[in-house]
Design a protein around this ligand. Structure first.
Ligand code: ASP
Length: 455
């Protein structure tokens, strides 16, 4: 028998009907032993996520304004679900500790509200109740054991996850159980204070649970059938990606594909546990498999996707004969480091250094930075190009083949799109191309059309 950890996102658990669907999926495969749940998500585009309602309750409480209306909405959503699913859960009683906590938060002295740690941990407890209540409800519905991450997802007091302790404790809590439902998104420190991951963090809990029980597979059920080969807001009906490597996924996430929390990869990738992104509304779709290596017999498409980001700037520094000296680039990078200014790419050529930096970060220190570069490096030329977009053509195998590169670059040239920068390191994971922001969408469509047949 295999062990599968299955995490269900907010839309998969938004109401009783979705919970029934989810329950059917879980019960259709006995390998799905450990279930991780998010708080109920939106039922329609105008609806609110339970986590957002709870966040509003917290904000109103610290401001001293009314939170009861939003709390009622939360209570009503859980009450309706419990009633429709005919569960013996007294939601009004379950919600009482939260109501008391909010009252205490609202009543606390002004001074405490200025204490960031106090505020953070109050907020964490309040917003974590969406997952807590949903896991209680789901456990009752499936008749599975409820596991509260308060006891087995271990944080430090400073809010950082204690990974080794979590893996040990979570493993010890889950392994003896045949089946269990675990609340996602939160855990607690040694003092019992609740902490949460960042938004979307139930994905991380799922990954931790999969690593803790050494699962064969981590299923992540959501509202899309996996990753797409391009942004569907730009490209019409892009193909979906069947297999993606952990490394390729990192690039996709970095470029804005938000199908999985970025911190959800490491716990499972370290143990080679594949992640399968699946769609609760279309369980018949195979979804995307995120793996280190392809299972034998499967052929891998040479390029898997094209993605990108706007809002980039390029700084160009030139100095004659500088390539014969050592340390020029090091000084440049030191300047950025001392300012804690991260860069996206650093390209060095003969007597030139080119840096790609996010425009919003650069905006805070542009004048100062340029002055420092001039005084420390005395360049012959110092240039800035703004309003650029960076496009990544992703594929560990694809970008190894010069044919793919030729196809991509030729397509842009034929479409009359100017290329500002090109970057492909020896890792050959991506071909990174800089274009004018106004040409970004056209460039993505052009590249997609050029590589589509290889997908
Ligand atoms: N409920 C939390 C959020 O909305 C965590 C999660 O869904 O993963 O961010």
């Amino acid at each position: 028998m295999r062990t599968v950890v299955a995490k269900f996102g907010g839309t998969s658990l938004a109401d009783a009907q979705q919970i029934r669907k989810t329950g059917k999926i879980i019960l259709s495969d006995p390998d799905r032993r450990y279930i991780v749940v998010s708080a109920p998500g939106k039922r329609s585009s105008k609806d609110s996520k339970v986590t957002d309602l709870l966040l509003r309750c917290y904000e109103a409480a610290v401001k001293g304004t009314d939170y009861e209306q939003d709390l009622q909405l939360v209570q009503e959503r859980f009450r309706e679900m419990a009633e429709e699913l005919e569960l013996d859960l007294k939601i009004s009683e379950e919600i009482e500790p939260l109501r008391a906590y909010l009252a205490e938060t609202a009543g606390a002295g002004k001074d405490r509200k200025c204490d960031p740690y106090w505020m953070e941990t109050r907020k964490a407890y309040i917003v974590s109740r969406g997952e807590y209540l949903n896991a209680r409800l789901m456990a009752a519905y499936l008749d599975y054991t409820f596991v509260d991450p308060e006891w087995c997802v271990c944080f430090e007091e400073n809010g950082k996850l204690n990974l080794p302790m979590t893996l040990r404790t979570l493993g010890a809590s889950l392994r003896p159980l045949k089946n269990a439902v675990i609340a996602g998104f939160y855990g607690a420190d040694m003092k019992g204070t609740i902490h949460t991951f960042s938004r979307g963090g139930s994905d991380v809990t799922g990954s931790l649970a999969a690593a803790a029980v050494r699962a064969d597979l981590y299923e992540n059920w959501t509202d899309v059938s996996g990753l797409l080969a391009a942004d569907p807001r730009i490209v019409d009906s892009p193909k979906s990606v069947r297999y993606v490597s952990y490394r390729e996924l990192r690039t996709l996430s970095y470029m804005g594909a938000s199908v999985l929390h970025t911190d959800a990869v490491l716990p499972v990738s370290d143990l080679d546990i594949p992640i399968n992104i699946r769609n609760t509304d279309r369980p018949e779709d195979a979804g995307t498999m995120i793996v280190r290596k392809l299972p034998s017999g499967e052929t891998k498409y040479p390029i898997i996707a094209v993605a990108g980001r706007i809002g980039m700037s390029v700084i160009q520094v030139e100095k004659v004969m500088v390539s014969d000296e050592s340390g020029f680039t090091a000084v440049m990078l030191d300047i950025l480091k001392n300012r804690q200014l991260p860069f996206e790419q650093c390209l060095t050529g003969i007597d030139t250094v080119t840096l790609v930096i996010r425009s919003d970060l650069l905006a805070t220190c542009k004048e100062d930075l340029f002055e420092e570069i001039r005084s420390k490096l005395d360049p012959d030329f110092l240039g800035l190009t703004e309003n650029l977009a960076m496009i990544a053509v992703i594929g560990e195998k694809g970008t190894e083949s010069s044919d793919a590169n030729v196809r991509v670059l030729r397509s842009l040239t034929e479409a009359g799109i100017l290329i500002s920068t090109i970057n492909q390191g020896a890792g050959k994971l991506n071909l990174l191309i800089g274009v004018q922001e106004e040409k970004y969408e056209e460039a993505v469509r052009t590249i997609y059309a050029a590589i589509e047949e290889a997908l």
